[in-house]
Design a protein around this ligand. Sequence first.
Ligand SMILES: C[S@@+](CC[C@H](N)C(=O)[O-])C[C@H]1O[C@@H](n2cnc3c(N)ncnc32)[C@H](O)[C@@H]1O
Length: 435
Amino acid sequence: MAQFYKPQARTAKLQRLTDQQVVGLDHQGRGVVRTAKGVKFVPGALPDERVTITVQGKHDAQLERIQTVSEQRVTPPCAFYEQCGGCDLQHLALAAQRAHKQKVVTEMLAKFAQVEALQWLEPLAGDAWHYRRRARLAVHYDAKRQQFKMGFRAPKSKRITVIDACLVLAESLNKLIAPLQHLLPQLELVKQLGHVELIEFEHQVVVLLRLREWPTASDQNHLEQFSKTYNVAIWCDSEQQLAPLSTSEPLSYHTVGLSIHCSPTNFIQAHRQLSEIMVEQALTWLDIQPSDKVLELYAGSGNFSLPMALAGAQVTAIEGVASMVDQLKANAHRAQVNLAAFCTDLEQSWSSQAWSNEQYTKVLLDPARAGAPHAIQEVATRQPQRIVYVSCAPDTLARDAKVLKESGYQLKQAQVVDMFPQTHHIEVMTLFERE
Ligand SMILES: C[S@@+](CC[C@H](N)C(=O)[O-])C[C@H]1O[C@@H](n2cnc3c(N)ncnc32)[C@H](O)[C@@H]1O
């Protein structure tokens, strides 16, 4: 029989390093340690601490022991903190979290764009606990063992950390977790459940079940009962349809000056207080006048565009998801404001888009984490007076800020929005003006 050479499986050697100095925090909230063998990133470690670490790869290391504890270290109050991948900065005092976020943005702007803000405003801050109005819970059902798991993913893993409460979720959502853990394994649909979303709207809390098929009559009865007991609307999103199982109040969220109707699958800003405060700040920075023609990019269902139109500007809103553009148009019609909305992929050439030939005085953009690599070039060539760029990723903001700087814009103001307390995620607003 032919024999083949089989290389031995390589087992990574774990190296333990004691008494290491933590010199900073990176943009993912990990402690930075400079060892003789290069920089290592250590989740859980804080600047000014001396620590023992186990090196786990070229750049990764695990925190084993803290010899000297930072004055900024606090005890994480969440029982699942060690296993859950959700909040990775609970061990850092809140003021230090905010200062760290501002530092990360400052450094990225300097390093990648050679841009410095003329003025940093104090972070926009709200509740630091029970603030999140939307959560997606991962689920897994092991049919053999009849074991159901629902929770958040563990750090850097597909493993689910089962939870019965979450300290950053709005109370209206938090109180549903334990009852859902009890209900869902009893239903037939548990075998085909993709995930569960909990969303707090203005007048209605929604439990959204992602399924392959519509629930059976028996499951519908159980869910109906749950809906009455906990005063929530159950929505199902199957391959065939997205609809509430029974009656649901119209779904809406409040922004400056009006309520915006939306669907449970539409994007809404995470923090239940800060979304509206952030919109107010954008309106102030843009200094909206009735003579303004404003272009809003990545507009969602109109969180910024509708208040700008209510303030009297002529607004053109662009969004890539058709259902959100439909919502935006319906909301504009309801509010009787001067607003045009178009469904366009902003990362494709704008040359065939009639709306792009208009002259705009001001631009607001709020892209997803990928930023706006193409759109920012298009904006820069049009030379609006003011640009407000809202970002949830400082690295792509810095990349796009470089384009604005090279096109004659100055970064006048910047402000961290503490949209995701207890996590390393950063939201920041910036105001650019033509020099
Ligand atoms: C961070 S959300 C902001 C939504 C809105 N500004 C708000 O406050 O609710 C980003 C939005 O950009 C949209 N989007 C992402 N990539 C896009 C693209 N290439 N073209 C157009 N829209 C896009 C998403 O669908 C999402 O609605």
